[in-house]
Write a protein that binds this ligand. Structure first.
Ligand code: NDP
Length: 312
């Protein structure tokens, strides 16, 4: 498999030999707070399919055993979240370009004709779709990505393959950012890619504005009540202007979005991306168009419910 289209051209088999729906769902560790089942089940329901998208808490040491069992049970596919994306990449028999470039698989599809699990990374396409909803095209733009983990890698790959002119990768541990840039940079000579510490004093001055700043760090998940480590005006930057888009991959009321609230003409949280990456997974598994509006509405109401529970 060289890209995601290779599979979608093939016939999709949604049911087992006995007529029951092939199982599908999400693996993670921990997994308690996920809203993926809410919007994936909305998609299956919109297509009048009997499938139930489940979630399974699987420890890293149990992933291989789970996937072997899932294969025997003729699963349709799986999503993978922390900490399984790298291991899923290793266990896939074939991978899409996005998965290969990012070294991470967030979606598996079982295809026995190809010998087992096929791996794809829909975070790349999900991120670009979410950017598209605010009409942003990264081509020729100056951009910055905060973070250097798996999500940052998907974002950097998405921006570089969309011909961004500049991608600054800044991270708490500078070495991790430097490693990301040294791995992806050579494949994208048209993008000026560089790394820097998470310290605005170290960011080179350029009088042209950065038009996009993406927070792909997990600070907002790990420290939701702490302030973002870089202050608003510094984040907005002496270069930034009201055109700058601030995009947090974490969703809800995040420290990053609180920090930029007064500076940002456009601030986006991670919910649209979460739904878009899930929609791309749904389409890959089923060969059917994802019902975006229903999925987003289900995600928003699930999130509101979780927030109420949290407040209570
Ligand atoms: P990783 O664990 O791979 O990477 C985490 C990154 O966050 C590292 O760069 C780490 O820096 C940085 N970091 C962690 N804590 C802090 C902190 N307190 N201050 C500054 N930087 C910090 O995680 P992922 O890349 O997989 O995920 C990152 C975030 O993106 C998560 O919150 C995840 O939920 C979200 N995400 C959202 C998606 C969506 O669809 N909306 C899809 C995928 C991810 P260091 O290198 O120094 O450790």
């Amino acid at each position: 498999m060289t890209n995601s289209e290779d599979h979608s051209a093939q016939a999709v088999r949604l049911y087992r030999a006995d007529g029951s729906p092939r199982p599908v769902g999400l693996l993670g560790f921990p997994i308690k707070h996920t809203i993926s089942p809410d919007f994936q089940n909305a998609a299956f329901a919109a297509h009048h399919l009997p499938h139930r998208y489940e979630k399974w808490e699987v420890a890293p040491q149990d992933l291989t055993t789970f996937l072997e069992k899932a294969r025997r049970e003729d699963f349709l596919g799986l999503n993978l979240t922390l900490p399984h994306k790298r291991a899923a990449w290793e266990l896939a028999v074939a991978r899409s370009e996005e998965a290969d470039a990012t070294g991470a698989v967030n979606t598996l599809l079982l295809d026995e004709e190809q010998g087992g699990w096929l791996g794809h990374n829909t975070d790349v396409g999900g991120f670009l779709e979410a950017l598209g909803t605010v009409g942003y095209d990264p081509a020729k733009q100056r951009t910055m990505v905060i973070g250097a983990g798996g999500a940052a890698r998907a974002v950097v790959y998405a921006l570089a393959s969309s011909q961004a002119a500049e991608i600054a990768v800044v991270n708490r541990t500078w070495e991790h950012a430097a490693e990301l840039v040294s791995q992806l940079g050579p494949y994208f000579p048209q993008s000026h890619m560089y790394s820097a510490p998470l310290d605005p004093a170290a960011w080179p001055y350029n009088r042209n504005p950065r038009t996009l700043i993406v927070n792909a760090s997990s600070q907002g998940v790990l420290e939701p009540d702490q302030p973002f480590p870089v202050e608003a005006d510094a984040l907005a930057g002496r270069d930034a202007d009201r055109r700058t888009i601030f995009f947090d991959l974490t969703y809800g009321d995040t420290p990053f979005l609180r920090a930029v609230r007064d500076e940002a003409a456009h601030a986006i949280d991670g919910l649209a991306m979460l739904v878009s990456q899930g929609a791309l997974s749904f389409e890959w598994w089923t060969g059917l168009p994802a019902p975006h509006a229903e999925m987003l509405a289900a995600a928003q109401s699930a999130l509101a419910e979780r927030q109420q529970e949290h407040a209570g």
